[in-house]
Design a protein around this ligand. Structure first.
Ligand SMILES: Nc1nc2c(ncn2[C@@H]2O[C@H](COP(=O)(O)OP(=O)(O)O)[C@@H](O)[C@H]2O)c(=O)[nH]1
Ligand SMILES: [Mg+2]
Length: 367
């Protein structure tokens, strides 16, 4: 009964798949990334040995390629990818494959088809048993999902912040609002650019991205669907949506595209109201839209631009063709979403679970 046998070069108990008893949790930021993080944990060290053996093609126990506690090694992963395996304790290990969504999906399916159980929502303490306290565990869990690198120092400081204010600290409404804004470092905020046709909305996205994502052309109605890209603006990773221009004589297709965009505008964290000299941004009334707003005037390269009514009321003036004003725009965007004061406040950040919403228009192109 249950004699050891060889499957794919790995000693396993007959009848038991190699990942039997192993829980798998992906701790990775949404979107495309360089490196993904998966955590394997069990209540039984032999089960983990067996799983790691199967994953890395090394036999458990006797094999010299077995991975001892504390080791960090580079291995082939199920002949799907290669990556780093770190054995953090007898019952848990981290696997760091490449972050491409396709190879991550293949690896996850490979492990699940061999008996691994997906851990959908482990508590921070379960996910990070090595953390010194609950705050550090929660901070590490958010860190693993953080889209923006600027989250790192702030998250790492949280354990000390908590100790400083003591156990009796109660967050005020301002603390909760600040904490919500700080979550933009974790889940990319949704930024939607709106305005008349031909003011430079598509050119603005292209200028910010540094490449052609949206077609910019001086025929009205060129952008008929929302086009999205993930941009990093003053260190803040954000999903930027370019939308069709608003005009009175829109045809049926354009009007339908606008109706489809209503949920996107409602979901926006920031509306960029784009104008150009002589072309103000129409008033955008969206029921239930609580987004912050930023007024951007394009065509700053034109001689008369500065004197225009649109430039005078704009928060930022840019030239998409000369690429001027883009850094100031990036800072203004970050400030509209996360205030400067939020960055220097040393009171605790009250964490909410990272729960990224799927993009209504699919995964944006990654910048
Ligand atoms: N000179 C100048 N031309 C611009 C600027 N922004 C956009 N344009 C031009 O304006 C036209 C319309 O731009 P587009 O981005 O398609 O506008 P959209 O309809 O709002 O998306 C194109 O010919 C662009 O090259 C700018 O800042 N300066
Ligand atoms: Mg356009």
């Amino acid at each position: 009964m249950n004699q050891p046998q060889k499957i794919e070069g790995v000693a396993v108990q007959a009848g038991l798949p190699p990942f039997h008893g192993v829980r798998l949790h992906w701790e990775t930021a949404r979107g495309v990334g360089a490196i993904a993080m998966a955590r394997l944990h069990t209540s039984d060290a032999t089960a983990l040995e067996r799983a790691l053996g199967a994953l890395t093609g090394s036999a458990a126990g006797s094999n010299e390629r077995a991975i001892p506690v504390g080791a960090i090694v580079h291995r082939t992963l199920a002949e799907i990818d290669d990556g780093i395996v770190a054995r953090s304790s007898s019952c848990s290990a981290w696997v760091f494959p490449h972050g491409g969504p396709y190879s991550c999906t293949c690896l996850r399916e490979w492990m699940c088809s061999r008996g691994a159980a997906i851990d959908e929502n482990p508590s921070p303490r379960d996910a990070f048993p090595e953390a010194a306290d609950d705050t550090e565990a929660a901070a590490l869990q958010l860190l693993a999902h953080a889209a923006s690198a600027r989250a790192v120092p702030l998250l790492l400081a949280q354990s000390m912040c908590r100790r400083r204010v003591g156990p009796g600290w109660q967050p005020t409404t301002d603390d909760l609002s600040r904490s919500r804004r700080l979550m933009h470092w974790i889940d990319p905020p949704c930024i939607v650019a709106v305005g008349q046709t031909n003011v430079g909305k598509s050119s603005l996205l292209n200028a910010l991205a540094g490449r052609c994502i949206a077609i910019a052309f001086d025929a009205e109605g060129t952008t008929r669907d929302a086009v999205a890209a993930q941009l990093t603006l003053d260190g803040l990773v954000a999903d930027w949506f370019d939308t069709p221009g608003i005009r009175d004589d829109a045809d049926a297709v354009e009007r339908a595209a606008h109706a489809l965009l209503e949920p996107l505008r409602r979901r926006a964290d920031l509306l960029i109201e784009v104008s150009a000299p002589g072309k103000p941004c129409p008033t955008i009334r969206t029921a239930g839209c609580t987004a912050a707003r930023l007024r951007v005037c394009t065509h700053a390269d034109r001689d008369t631009a500065r004197e225009s009514a649109e430039a005078k009321v704009a928060d930022v003036c840019v030239s998409c063709t000369e690429r001027t004003g883009l850094d100031a725009l990036a800072v203004a965007v970050r400030r509209a979403l996360i205030a400067d004061a939020d960055l220097v406040c040393d009171d605790p950040w009250v964490f909410q679970p990272a729960a990224p919403l799927p993009n209504p228009l699919g995964t944006p192109t990654h910048e």
